[in-house]
Design a protein. Structure first.
Length: 186
């Protein structure tokens, strides 16, 4: 018959202000702040930094807030590199109108969007081909999926300097919300 031994593992613990130095791989628990740490080890052992690393728990509001702020900052940088920031408009029911999106001459644009009308959602990408700066037809493609018909159709009005996105909505009882992000190539 096998011999079974049950062992108890304890973690170093104490008040946040009294948390001792931790050995490599050793856990430390701050009982008052409810925060968990692990010892990093030494640079000679390959650790990128000496000291301790905080393990994420539901009580790490300060470090979590700092990480969220850093992530939001990175998203802002990425958006500025991609083009026009993400925007939102209301598409009024039973209307044909222009949106505020202007497509520049000699550019290829992609507009990632979603339209929400009540519980119906349409998610897609409008791909606008290069436009040569003369009035006329604009080549575009709408690649999308939707849960149900949101009652919105697209068109573009062209003039000598730009192309303006137009929409037509049909009555389905609610205005639609149009959220989008524009990317420019070319």
């Amino acid at each position: 018959m096998a011999v079974i031994q049950i062992s108890k593992i304890q973690v170093r613990r104490g008040l946040q202000e009294n948390l001792p130095s931790l050995s490599p791989g050793e856990f430390g628990w701050s009982v008052d702040q409810r925060r968990l740490y692990i010892g990093n080890g030494t640079l000679a052992e390959g650790s990128p930094a000496t000291g301790v690393t905080e393990v994420l728990t539901e009580f790490n509001s300060e470090s979590l807030s700092a990480n969220v702020t850093a992530l939001e900052s990175n998203v802002t940088v990425i958006q500025s590199q991609l083009g026009v920031p993400r925007s939102s408009e209301t598409l009024t029911d039973n209307t044909t109108a222009n949106t505020s999106i202007l497509v520049e001459s000699l550019k290829t644009e992609m507009i990632d969007y979603n339209i929400v009308r009540g519980t119906d959602v349409r998610i897609g990408t409008l791909k606008i081909g290069q436009y040569n700066g003369t009035a006329g037809t604009v080549n575009y493609e709408d690649d999308y999926t939707e849960t149900s018909d949101v009652g919105v159709t697209w068109d573009f009005a062209a003039n000598a300097t730009s192309v303006v996105l137009q929409y037509t909505t049909t009555s389905t009882g609610d205005n639609a919300t149009f959220n989008y992000f524009v990317r420019t190539f070319g």
